[in-house]
Design a binder for this molecule. Structure first.
Ligand code: CUA
Length: 155
């Protein structure tokens, strides 16, 4: 079978690119330890309201300036709607949803999560500036999406 010269170059280029990309992915996974999220906590989305700790969403003081905040994101609100922590607090946010996919974004921080029914998502932040931080749903979740927000007071 005759393969045109340009066709051969094109196939060689494709195979070379495939090799380069596979090498980059392998190096990132092995050397840089960049992997898809693993070990995420699962939850039955139909039983969020009766599954601890989401049966009592809210702020928990762990020790010193360390807190845990458990949130339920549900059309079209976050529970708790407001929490207050002292300046310098490190808060670990746990969030889940009993209904649809929501977003969990705290303005002026690096907290940016998707809230997926059946899963508990987790991220931490240390609040080094006083003020009121806006927690927003940034995944379109229905007609009241734009009203879905909460507040975090840092005093
Ligand atoms: Cu919840 Cu948008």
């Amino acid at each position: 079978m005759h393969v045109h010269r340009y066709e051969r170059w094109w196939m060689a280029l494709g195979l070379t690119m495939l090799g380069v990309f596979l090498t980059i992915i392998t190096v990132a996974a092995v050397a840089d330890n960049i992997n898809p999220p693993g070990g995420m906590q699962q939850i039955d989305p139909t039983k969020v309201a009766s599954t601890p700790p989401f049966d009592r969403p809210g702020l928990r003081h762990v020790a010193g300036n360390t807190y845990e905040a458990y949130y339920v994101a549900q059309v079209f609100s976050f529970t708790p709607a407001s929490i207050s922590v002292p300046l310098g607090s490190t808060v670990t946010f746990y969030v889940t949803s009993p209904d649809v996919v929501h977003g969990f974004f705290i303005a002026n921080t690096a907290i940016n999560m998707m809230v997926i029914p059946g899963w508990v998502n987790v991220q931490s932040h240390t609040f080094r500036q006083r003020g009121t931080y806006l927690l927003l749903c940034h995944e379109y979740c229905g007609l009241g999406h734009q009203n879905m927000f909460a507040k975090i007071e840092v005093q």
